[in-house]
Design a protein around this ligand. Structure first.
Ligand SMILES: [Ca+2]
Ligand SMILES: [Ca+2]
Length: 345
C-alpha cells in the first residue's frame, strides 16, 4: 500500500480504505496525512527497496555529454549570449554561444530550486492530460541537493513536479525525505489520481539517493497502469483499477519544483519532456543512452509523440521555453538559472 492525502476530508476516507488494499502504489493527492506504507505486491519491475543505489560519487569531472565542457563551471564565463524566441539570454553565463529557439546558451545548464519558494508554472493545456489521448509520459532529470528538504509535507515528502490542485488532481512526481514517518526515505514515485484526489495509483523505486547526483526519471500511464523508470530501466508498474482511477482533464497548471505549494524541491531539475503516448522501455533506454552519448536533445525532439519540452537551460529572464509546443512556462519564486550543470549520473 502506498497512500497519502489530499485534504483533511479525504484523509478519513483514505485511512479506512487503506488496510485492505492488496497492492502497492497508492497515494493520496492531497497534502494531508500519508498512510502507512509497505512494499506491496503487484509490482512488475522490482519493487521495494532491495536494490542498491547506483552508488558512486557524483563528484566533479563527470563530463556533460552534450558538448559543453564537463567540469562544473566551464562555459560560464563569457556572457554575451544571444537568445532566441523568448529566451532573453542577457549576458552573464552564456559563454558566447548563440541560442536557437531554446533561448539559452549553455548546453548543459540547469536551474537550482531553493526548496522553499522556487518553481516553474505552465498553464493548463489539453496536451498535459492523459485523457486527451489515453496515455501520457513525463520525463525529467532531477538532482536532489538534500535528503531532508526544508519544505516537505504530510509524512515527509516533497512534490517536485505535477499537475494537481484541490479538486483538479491528475498526476504527480514525489520524493520522500529522510526521517519521513512511513520509513520511505529515498523513495521516488509517480502517481495518477482522480480529479478529486484521495487515493491515487502509483509506482516507485526506493534506492539510495546520492545528493548532487542526477537521476533520469520517467513516469508514464495509460488508462490501465502506471509505470516508473529510473536511468532507462523500468522499475515498477501498478494497476489504476486497484484504486478505481479514471484519469480526467482538469484545470490545474503543470508545475516543476512543486505541485501546489505544499512542498518544494531543493536541487536541480532539467529537461522536462511530456509525450502523449506511453513511452516504451526501448525508447526510454534510448533517451538515457543519448544523454551519455551527448545527443539527448536531438533524440527527444525527434520523438513524434513529444508535446512539450522544457530544457530549463535559460540563463536569464523568467520564461521557461517550451522547445516543442510553444507553451512556455514562467520561473517564479527565485529560481537560480543556469546554476547547475546537467551531467549524466
Ligand atoms: Ca508498485
Ligand atoms: Ca485541462
Amino acid at each position: 500500500m502506498h497512500r497519502s492525502l489530499a485534504t483533511a476530508l479525504p484523509l478519513l476516507v483514505c485511512l479506512s480504505c487503506g488496510s485492505g488494499a492488496p497492492s502497492s502504489g497508492r497515494a493520496d493527492a492531497a497534502a494531508g496525512g500519508n498512510g502507512i506504507g509497505g512494499v506491496g505486491g503487484g509490482a512488475t519491475g522490482g519493487d521495494g527497496g532491495a536494490r542498491a543505489g547506483t552508488g558512486g560519487s557524483a563528484g566533479g569531472g563527470t563530463a556533460g555529454g552534450g558538448g559543453s565542457a564537463g567540469s562544473t563551471s566551464a562555459g560560464r564565463g563569457g556572457g554575451g549570449a544571444t537568445a532566441g524566441n523568448g529566451g532573453n539570454a542577457g549576458g552573464g553565463r552564456g559563454g558566447g554561444a548563440t541560442a536557437g529557439s531554446g533561448g539559452s546558451a549553455m548546453i548543459n545548464s540547469a536551474p537550482i530550486f531553493n526548496g522553499s519558494t522556487g518553481y516553474v508554472e505552465i498553464p493548463d493545456a489539453d496536451v498535459f492530460s492523459e485523457s486527451t489521448t489515453g496515455a501520457l509520459s513525463v520525463e525529467a532529470w532531477l538532482r536532489p541537493d538534500s535528503l531532508t528538504m526544508p519544505n516537505a509535507e504530510s509524512s515527509g515528502y516533497v512534490h517536485w513536479m505535477g499537475k494537481g490542485t484541490n479538486g483538479q488532481h491528475e498526476w504527480v512526481a514525489r520524493m520522500y525525505q529522510q526521517g519521513n514517518s512511513e520509513d520511505r526515505a529515498n523513495r521516488i514515485s509517480f502517481y495518477s489520481f482522480n480529479l478529486t484526489g484521495g487515493l491515487g495509483a502509483g509506482s516507485y523505486f526506493q534506492d539510495t539517493v546520492v545528493v548532487n547526483q542526477w537521476i533520469h526519471y520517467v513516469g508514464t500511464f495509460d488508462d490501465t497502469r502506471t509505470y516508473i523508470f529510473k536511468n532507462g530501466v523500468m522499475r515498477d508498474s501498478d494497476l489504476l483499477s486497484d484504486y478505481t482511477i479514471v484519469p480526467m482533464n482538469g484545470t490545474a497548471p503543470v508545475r516543476i519544483g512543486t505541485r501546489d505549494m505544499n512542498s518544494f524541491f531543493q536541487g536541480s531539475i532539467a529537461r522536462v519532456a511530456i509525450y502523449n503516448v506511453r513511452l516504451t522501455e526501448q525508447q526510454i533506454a534510448a533517451h538515457y543512452a543519448a544523454k551519455v552519448a551527448g545527443n539527448y536533445d536531438q533524440v527527444v525532439i525527434a520523438e513524434p509523440s513529444l508535446v512539450a519540452f522544457y530544457k530549463l537551460d535559460e540563463s536569464s529572464g523568467t520564461v521557461a521555453i517550451d522547445a516543442k509546443g510553444g507553451r512556455n512556462g514562467t520561473y517564479r519564486g527565485g529560481v537560480q538559472l543556469a546554476a547547475a550543470d546537467w551531467a549524466p549520473p
